[in-house]
Ligand binder design. Structure first.
Ligand code: SME
Length: 163
């Protein structure tokens, strides 16, 4: 399969419709976790030009372990409740951080990062099995509209894995 570059519009509803379509296209017929998450991280990274890191952390006992991602090397393990990722996992909800330096306990991986979005991934039973983590070089890059759009994208990814 060869990747065809798509032009993402500024208008958010259409942007997220296209994002979901692209995730669906590049994960079609696949249910392996690594294969699905690797392509999903690539699709999302392509769509958000101002992101410097897009990837997944997966629940592994009492920790999150690094999964497929696009960006600079990152911390391999994050404890429950630690950093932005561990907090989103602990509270079971998406977190949008406008300026990471102001988030107590933030785990810095790339010093260029200013804002961050972490979206929990839930299985069919509603249990969190991982998180989608996105970093941007711009402060306050992620909006409430993005939170909703990314939660829909996360659902699309979970559907591929769990049906
Ligand atoms: N900043 C995250 C750690 C992961 S890196 O951003 C890739 C956190 O505080 O959980």
């Amino acid at each position: 399969m060869s990747y065809i570059e798509v032009e993402y519009p500024a208008e958010k509803a259409e942007f997220y419709r296209l994002l979901k379509e692209q995730i669906s296209l590049y994960t079609e017929g696949e249910s392996d976790e690594t294969a699905v998450l690797a392509n999903a991280s690539a699709v999302i990274k392509q769509a958000f030009k101002e992101t410097n890191w897009v990837g997944f952390y997966l629940v592994d006992g009492e920790e999150l372990k690094l999964g497929p991602f696009q960006g600079r090397p990152a911390v391999a393990r994050i404890g429950f409740g630690k950093g932005v990722c561990g907090s989103a996992w602990q509270h079971g909800e998406s977190l949008i951080v406008d300026e990471v330096e102001c988030f107590e306990g933030h785990i810095a991986c790339d010093c260029n990062t200013h804002s961050e979005a972490v979206i929990p991934l839930k299985n069919k039973e509603g249990e969190i099995f991982g998180v989608l983590d996105m970093d941007s070089v711009l402060p306050a890059y992620f909006t409430e509209e993005d939170r909703l759009g990314l939660e829909a994208a996360a659902e699309e990814i979970s559907k591929r894995l769990f049906g």
